[in-house]
Design a protein around this ligand. Structure first.
Ligand code: C2O
Ligand code: CU
Length: 485
């Protein structure tokens, strides 16, 4: 247990660190995690989701009802909770009425059987308006996950169509409380009474089209009550379609205990760059009654406060801050000695580069370039054909089941790309630009011109997507699939 002391030292040292411009966390750790906890009984949880347009006000829409697309009658995403070992049976109805507006559900980060992965055309038929579809699987890992549709996602996610999926069963010593912090923007007009266009060619060719109203759990910079002097688990999700945020907390010691849902040896959080779809679980020691902690996005000229945790009530803990790690996930470790090498290069197409050069930040005229919005980005020089999913290209790679692959993810663009792989969690080994702790992830952020090496055992047979999770990049070409057989 000796390295828990080093967490303390790190956290104490950070308490005096300055607020602004803090670098990425760069811990080196070697601590072994407690072994995986056994799953509980396989009881079944039933979930009914009806994708539909519903006129609902968001907490951040100044009382205006918006034409949201949601899975339930509430404006904010449903929170689905299971215990490890439980089966989730979902009945999905497509209640959208626009002709051809099909849906399906991708359970992001869940290592499930391929036919439950929710990618239209690749693993299932799309669910057309008026149709329904059933999913059934037992999530194999505890952690913080989410789900979303997988076609026309710029608009569907832009209008709110998603849910959160929490699999309990990883706490070795329970924390005192838990809060979910789902971070995203909304593309709202100035009085917040309606949506702005979700996709712009200027955005798609650059960093993406940012929302205009930032939110946590649908609210602008909310106050969230937490118990005082307590160890609180925060499940932080970047569920934005576009924006990369650099998340940190001011006013408390905080440690990261999981990345993309999966346990990592705790390390002090200074700030963590989170691309769309990335998650971290953080434990922090809340202040005494009346005190507050602010969650910031530091990835801005001046840090943007996103939410405030307000401590209330009698002190729960008096001993030093020393949160227990989560139990390890049950994931096959890559066999690096026997790994096969694979290179993936993420680039702009000729058109994409021209768009990026031609379009001013103000979105100036683009001329004939507008005609080929379908292919601005590529993986290994291959752009996904068309903006939908119905034209499947050949697979970008074929992997042999059971083999370890060591993949070099090379970003040759001046933009960031959070790269997501379906059906597997990989180990992030190293970056050409940063010191990153080795950790499991299903989505890894490539900084501009950065190369990151990851490795994974291709142990889940089927046809799996790999794509940028800046949805406009995904839907303008930076998407591919690979086969494990
Ligand atoms: Cu969260 Cu293929 O996506
Ligand atoms: Cu991208």
């Amino acid at each position: 247990m000796l390295s828990r002391r080093s967490v303390l030292v790190g956290a104490a040292a950070l308490a005096g660190a300055g607020l602004f411009g803090r670098p990425d966390a760069a811990p080196a750790f070697s601590r072994a995690l407690p072994p995986p906890l056994p799953p509980g009984p396989e009881t079944t949880v039933r979930l009914d989701l009806t994708a539909a347009e519903r006129q609902l006000a968001l907490p951040c829409s100044n009382g205006h009802a918006l034409p949201l697309w949601t899975f339930t009658d509430q404006a904010t995403p449903p929170i689905v909770r299971l215990k490890l070992g439980q089966r989730l049976d979902t009945h999905l109805i497509n209640g959208l009425t626009r002709p051809g507006e099909h849906v399906s559900i991708h359970w992001h980060g869940i290592r499930l059987p391929n036919d439950q992965d929710g990618v239209p055309y690749l693993v299932q038929q799309p669910v057309e308006p008026g149709e329904s579809y059933d999913y059934s699987f037992v999530p194999p890992d505890p952690g913080t996950f989410f789900f979303h549709t997988h076609c026309n996602t710029v608009e569907q996610l832009g209008r709110g169509l998603m849910g959160l999926l929490i699999i309990e069963g990883d706490e070795t010593e329970p924390y005192d409380a838990e809060r979910i912090l789902a971070v995203r923007d909304w593309r709202l007009n100035p009085d917040r009474s309606g949506f702005l266009p979700f996709l712009t060619l200027e955005g798609a060719g650059k960093a993406g089209t940012f929302g205009t109203v930032r939110s946590v759990n649908g609210a602008s910079n909310p106050d969230i009550e937490v118990p005082a002097s307590a160890d609180v688990r925060l499940r932080v999700l970047n569920v934005d379609p576009t924006r990369v945020s650099e998340i940190g907390f001011d006013g408390a010691d905080a440690v990261v205990v999981a990345i993309d849902g999966l346990a990592c040896p705790p390390f002090p959080l200074r700030s963590w760059k989170m691309g769309p779809a990335m998650r971290i679980d953080v434990v922090l020691r809340t202040p005494a009654d009346g005190g507050s902690v602010t969650m910031f996005d530091y990835f801005a000229a001046s840090p943007v406060p996103l939410a405030r945790l307000v401590a209330r009530g009698p002190a729960i803990r008096t001993q030093r801050f020393d949160p227990a790690p989560l139990a390890a996930a049950r994931i096959a470790p890559p066999d690096l000695g026997k790994a096969e090498q694979q290179l993936f290069t993420f680039s702009a197409t000729a058109t994409g580069a021209a768009v990026a050069d031609a379009a001013g930040e103000d979105g100036g005229p683009l001329g004939p370039l507008c005609l080929s919005a379908g292919s601005l980005w590529a993986i290994n020089k291959q752009s996904w054909p068309g903006s939908g999913m119905d034209r499947l290209p050949p697979p970008i790679a074929r992997f042999t089941r059971g083999t370890t692959y060591r993949c070099t993810l090379k970003n040759v663009t001046p933009r960031m790309h959070p790269i997501h792989v379906h059906g597997h969690s990989f180990t992030v080994l190293r970056s050409s630009k940063r010191t990153l702790p080795p950790h499991f992830a299903d989505t890894v952020l490539l900084l501009p011109e950065e190369t990151i090496e990851v490795a994974f055992v291709a142990d889940n047979p089927g046809r799996w997507m790999m794509h940028c999770h800046i949805i406009e990049h995904q839907e303008t070409g930076m998407m591919a699939w690979f086969e494990v057989a």
